[in-house]
Design a protein around this ligand. Structure first.
Ligand code: NYM
Ligand code: MG
Length: 212
């Protein structure tokens, strides 16, 4: 009896405007073209009850204290935990735009305690690979104005970028650093190649747990 090979849990991380969404989309299209079962997800997942509160907060339509919004972002991942595990274990590869690392980076960038912020993320499914799209904030600015959402200012993104550097040092063993100032096609080509390797590596393994 042949066992179902599980899908890979792939996450893209980085500052706002670093190209995560474009690269996630291209990666999903590529995997689909290879007939690999794949699904795109993004956090925050804004459609659930919790997601709608998060959306209102990000759009500056609702105020919440820092602890509350941090825990809501985390809860938004926890409420999708079973869905994520079911998909992976039934053979679907997930390409996920932001995860617990954004949770940590954006909250710590506000001045919150790293330890406090990590704790509720502990126990979530851990990605097999995180592609960290690294760029400097000046490059991001050249891509045009940041958007209208909360956090989308040069000052704040500079702090977020520093936090991502720190998280990269901590989680290096499964993070892949990608120079996000390269062309879209160059980035896509390197993601493709790495993803195919990861798919093979993890297909007969259990999904990892984030041990924060
Ligand atoms: N964000 C995202 C957080 O502050 N904490 C989190 O846990 C996550 C997943 O939400 N500026 C922030 C980062 C973004 C904002 O995400 C909206 P996006 O990917 O820009 O739609
Ligand atoms: Mg954004």
């Amino acid at each position: 009896m042949s066992q179902i090979k599980r899908g890979a849990f792939i996450v893209l991380e980085g500052c706002d405007r670093c190209g995560k969404s474009t690269q996630s989309r291209k990666l999903v299209e590529y995997l689909e073209s290879c007939s690999i079962p794949v699904k795109y997800m993004a956090f925050p997942e804004r459609t659930s009850d919790i997601g709608q509160v998060i959306n209102a907060y990000i759009k500056n339509k609702q105020e919440l204290n820092d602890e509350t919004i941090h825990l809501l972002f985390t809860a938004n991942r926890w409420e999708h935990k079973n869905h994520i595990l079911n998909l992976l274990n039934s053979g679907t590869t997930l390409v996920v735009d932001r995860y617990a690392y954004s949770g940590l980076a954006y909250s710590v960038a506000k001045g919150m305690s790293k330890q406090w912020c990590m704790s509720p993320e502990s126990g979530l499914p851990r990605p097999d690979v995180v592609f960290y799209l690294k760029t400097n904030v000046a490059t991001l600015q050249n891509r045009g104005q940041f958007g209208e959402e909360r956090y989308e200012t040069e000052d704040f993104q500079t702090k977020v970028a520093r936090c991502f550097e720190d998280i990269y040092e901590m989680e290096k063993s499964y993070w892949q650093l990608i120079d996000a100032s390269q062309s879209q096609d160059t980035i896509h080509d390197s993601l493709r190649q790495k993803v195919l390797e990861v798919l093979k590596e993890v297909e007969n393994t259990e999904v990892n747990v984030l041990d924060w």
